[in-house]
Design a protein around this ligand. Structure first.
Ligand code: 5AD
Ligand code: SF4
Length: 346
């Protein structure tokens, strides 16, 4: 613990030196929970029949984008389940153009997309429409671990396709974000060390990584629940499957801090999943070197159905309440906000 406190301090100081004290906001719009994939950890996987599926109508997306402008957020992120049909592709392109026009003569909102794997043509098409950044987590940079947390033998869950998509995003000219989950079943310390190396080698502009939160309505969540029933087994389960919330939070903060030391200039998100483990989890990440937060600005009616995992915080709060709550907490740790700024490092 003592060593971690020193690590957190070092990371925080490096952030201040290279990026300054500001935290940048990206208003998160959860545009749809319809997904064609079946990732074993995710609550909105196609195979979960208990999800009320929705697709936000254009006016609700634009309403949230207008909120972001008025709130001084500088950027938004459009996040949704993975779909590759042409109707979806066209709709996203149209929305990007409309959002870019919203601000009138002032600086347009920065747009991050987080819409899963697409062909290189589609990545380019959305970039030309005006998107600035793309967030596609590798989830686990180790191919074997990746294959354990995704359905086997399916073409759309292959590690190599994922990797190719990251390269395609780079060539298309996006600012690139990726990330992993921390504390996954079967994951080891060596995996996490290699995740950090992976980010460095890929020279990413942004990283969003957070704790894995088991969700009982998913295959991986069920597996972890079984393991906890049967603690004595000698089968290989990785280093982290039985951590307490406190230990998992600490491990996640350690990853943030180590990444800041390794890549002092990039944007590092304090992710929402941290808030599941500790109400002040994101603020603690800011103190350990993170500098980006993605406050949810999705219309409240839809938000409760975007359940990636159990105990997702703030489901009842509207965008304004989310902002007020966040500002109060950020103030308590002495953080400044980069109002109306993009906060891109290059
Ligand atoms: N716990 C933590 N993060 C999760 N995600 C999906 N399911 C979970 C879970 N159970 C993350 C994935 C995905 C992002 C949108 O949400 O990393 O990329
Ligand atoms: Fe779909 Fe993303 Fe969930 Fe996988 S993690 S099931 S791609 S929403």
């Amino acid at each position: 613990m003592e060593t971690n406190n020193n690590l957190f301090k070092e990371a925080y100081n490096l952030k201040i030196k290279h990026r300054g004290p500001k935290v940048y906001f990206r208003g998160l719009i959860e545009i749809s929970n319809v997904c064609t994939k079946n990732c074993l950890y995710c609550g909105i996987r196609k195979g979960n029949p208990c999800v009320d599926r929705y697709v936000l109508p254009d006016n609700q997306v634009l309403e949230s984008a207008r909120f972001a402008i008025e709130a001084g957020y500088g950027s938004i992120a459009l996040q949704g389940g993975e779909r590759q049909d042409s109707e979806w592709v066209e709709r996203i392109a149209r929305l990007i153009r409309e959002i870019k026009e919203l601000g009138g003569t002032s600086q347009p909102l920065g747009i991050t997309l987080s819409l899963g794997e697409q062909s290189s043509e589609v990545f380019r098409y959305w970039k030309q429409a005006g998107a600035d950044r793309y967030l596609l987590r590798i989830e686990a940079s180790d191919e074997q671990l990746y294959s354990k947390i995704h359905p086997s033998g399916t073409k759309n869950h292959s590690y190599s396709t994922r990797l190719q998509a990251l390269y395609d995003l780079k060539s298309a000219g996006y600012l690139l974000g990726t990330g992993v989950m921390i504390g996954l079943p079967y994951q080891t310390r060596v995996n996490l060390d290699n995740d950090l190396k992976f980010f460095k080698e890929l020279e990413v502009d942004m990283v969003g990584m957070g704790p894995y939160i088991p969700y009982e309505l998913t295959p991986l969540g069920k597996l972890v629940a079984q393991w906890k029933q049967d603690k004595e087994s000698s089968e290989f389960r990785g280093d982290f499957w039985n951590l307490s919330d406190k230990q998992l939070l600490n491990l996640s903060l350690e990853m943030v801090a180590r990444l800041r030391c390794l890549m002092p200039h990039i944007n590092i998100a304090a992710t929402t999943a941290l808030q599941v483990l500790d109400p002040l989890g994101r603020e603690k990440a800011i103190m350990a070197g993170a500098n980006v937060i993605m406050p949810n600005i999705t219309v409240t009616e839809a938000k409760r159905n975007y359940n990636l995992y159990e105990g997702k915080p703030g489901l009842q709060d509207d965008a304004q309440a989310t902002k007020d709550f966040l500002l109060k907490n950020l103030e308590s740790v002495g953080a400044e906000v980069g109002w109306n700024e993009r906060g891109d490092w290059r």
